[in-house]
Design a protein. Structure first.
Length: 116
């Protein structure tokens, strides 16, 4: 499958997942996000959706793994670090939550300065 075809397939599954989230069907949405990522493992938008759906299902360890993967792919992704902070907090991992929150704030400031 060409890169363009793989990306299109990934986007199709991503949009299906978004529809399922809107309908409140998180379990099926998770499956669609996973299909999206099997077509394009670097599609961070789908990873963000997957992490959020897993968080809403209280599958925190899996959500953390996804958010960590986003941060590996794009270390400057503010939302990845914010998500990690929230997820760590939900697990009672306060030191880790504070560290990720600080990373998110610094990255946010850097992005503001670049725009400035």
């Amino acid at each position: 499958m060409s890169d363009a075809n793989a990306r299109q397939k990934a986007e199709d599954h991503y949009y299906s997942a978004l529809d399922l989230v809107a309908e409140g069907n998180l379990t099926k949405a998770v499956a669609e996000y996973e299909e999206s990522l099997s077509a394009d493992p670097t599609f961070t938008e789908a990873m963000h959706g997957l992490a959020r759906a897993l968080q809403d299902l209280e599958r925190y360890d899996q959500a953390i793994a996804v958010a960590q993967r986003i941060a590996e792919i794009d270390p400057d992704d503010v939302l990845a670090h914010t998500s990690l902070s929230v997820l760590y907090q939900k697990k009672g991992m306060i030191a880790e939550a504070e560290a990720e929150g600080a990373k998110a704030r610094v990255l946010g400031w850097k992005q503001q300065l670049k725009k400035g």
